[in-house]
Design a protein around this ligand. Structure first.
Ligand code: DP6
Length: 320
């Protein structure tokens, strides 16, 4: 049976950076995110007893480099003695460029593979399996506003509010195309701990999460923006002061940040966030979206603008 599932990337407003347990990919901190709707990854998975090896295609081209990580995830879902699988992936946005493509990819993969091998894990169990493959993927199992708590032995993930409860818009400014120089997995594993800011980063996370949770419950855009920009800049400070240093920004990234700060000073409800890449995500109230998109689109060096509302969690599209 071939099962196709779809998931959307999520953008963390309180960031995950650092690992408590590398082997099990347990995040060092909790995080809080919003799931998008306009960007997506679909995964079609079929286990075929006759196959000699797994195969993976991405947007119609073979993708052998991604196969080992996909294979390990399939082992977790279906067991190490599973039949080999044919996996066909489609993604409507740039991959490995700091746009959370691994989050949507692994969320879709576990949902498709779980159904294809006849298991029916509940959502939290699926989120835990996805999180073992990529920490942020656990959040894409859920839609809208999502909180991930990092416990001693496992993660817990829950939806705080549905997309329709508080429909924000995200405008993504693509400042560079192509894959990022170092993956988030490598960056946080190799270099986060030596940062002099890392201990403080861990220490303050509970407080940042509480502020963001309260802001979501109260639909307080200003408070959410304040904590989101703070945790984003703190995470990048940890990256910059890691050894070796990890710097994802480019000069266009900075121009976009400046443009967003000026928009806000002019009364437009918008704040920024950035992840492991140079792309800038502007989160705004829907009435500001057109102005934010036009302003960022006019920033010298911005290659592309993508606009998205908030969307639902990973789900099966079809079984055949
Ligand atoms: C900067 O989930 O990509 O986007 O668990 O190693 O796969 P792995 O890392 P990943 O890290 C995402 C980091 C981030 C912040 C976030 O999404 O919370």
């Amino acid at each position: 049976m071939q099962v196709t599932a779809r998931a959307q990337p999520n953008i963390a407003l309180v960031k995950y950076w650092g690992k408590k347990d590398v082997e099990r990919n347990l995040p060092a901190v909790g995080s809080l995110s919003i799931t998008l709707d306009a960007l997506w990854t679909s995964m079609a998975v079929e286990f075929q007893p006759g196959l000699g090896a797994d195969s993976l295609s991405l947007n119609d081209a073979p993708a052998p480099a991604l196969l080992p990580r996909v294979g390990r995830c399939l082992d977790t879902v279906a067991g190490p003695d599973r039949p080999r699988a044919r996996v066909i992936s489609e993604c409507n946005f740039p991959v490995a460029a700091g746009l959370a493509s691994s989050a949507s990819a692994f969320a879709a993969l576990v949902v498709a593979a779980d159904a294809a091998c006849g298991r029916s894990r509940d959502r939290l169990a699926l989120a835990r399996v996805a999180g073992a493959a990529s920490g942020s993927a656990a959040r894409s199992l859920y839609g809208g506003y999502v909180e991930l708590a990092s416990g001693a032995d496992d993660i817990d993930v829950e939806q705080l509010a549905r997309p329709a409860d508080w429909p924000l818009t995200v405008v993504v400014a693509v400042t560079a195309s192509g894959a990022k120089p170092v993956s988030s997995t490598d960056a946080m594993q190799r270099s986060a701990a030596p940062s002099p800011f890392y201990a403080r980063w861990i220490e303050e996370q509970a407080e940042d999460l509480a502020l963001a949770r309260t802001a979501v419950a109260a639909r307080d855009f200003e408070a959410l923006g304040a904590v989101a920009e703070h945790t984003c800049l703190k995470m990048h400070s940890v990256m910059w002061t890691s050894r070796p240093a990890v710097v994802y920004w480019n000069h266009v990234t900075l121009r976009c940040l400046q443009a967003i700060r000026e928009l806000r000073a002019g009364g437009h409800p918008v704040f920024f966030t950035m992840d492991a890449g140079p792309q800038v995500k502007a989160v705004c109230l829907p009435e500001a979206a057109a102005t934010v998109a036009a302003t960022l689109g006019a920033v010298d060096g911005v290659a592309k603008i993508m606009t998205s509302g908030l969307g639902d969690g990973a789900r099966v599209l079809e079984s055949a």
